[in-house]
Design a protein. Structure first.
Length: 109
């Protein structure tokens, strides 16, 4: 058994949970905030048997798409010779960061 922890964009929460439900994956959702862009994220926990692991990762990959967004950078302290962007910068947002952890013991009470 594996524990999959997926950090996704809040925009992808409902589509992902609907897709997981259709495939009979149970999931636990915790709302969170990203550190870099300070945007809403969600952390999804799914316990899965090894034989269904690739299907789960495929669902997450197809549901949680990367998008681009224009962001105005904050002005950091820079050293001479460093490049400082003067206008909005295009950054990738969304997608998923997936962690797969082994589970030694699982009990449902």
């Amino acid at each position: 058994m594996k524990l999959v922890i997926a950090v996704i964009s809040s925009r992808d929460t409902n589509p992902l949970l609907n897709a997981l439900n259709r495939e009979e994956f149970g999931a636990t959702l915790i709302n969170s905030t990203g550190g870099f862009l300070r945007q809403g994220n969600a952390t999804v926990f799914v316990g899965v048997d090894e034989e269904r692991l690739q299907r789960l990762i495929s669902i997450i990959s197809h549901t949680c798409k990367t998008r681009t967004r224009l962001m105005s950078p904050s002005i950091p302290a820079i050293e001479s010779g460093e490049y400082l962007p003067t206008g909005p910068v295009e950054v990738d947002i969304g997608g998923a960061t997936i962690f797969v952890l082994p589970v030694e013991r699982y009990e449902r009470v």
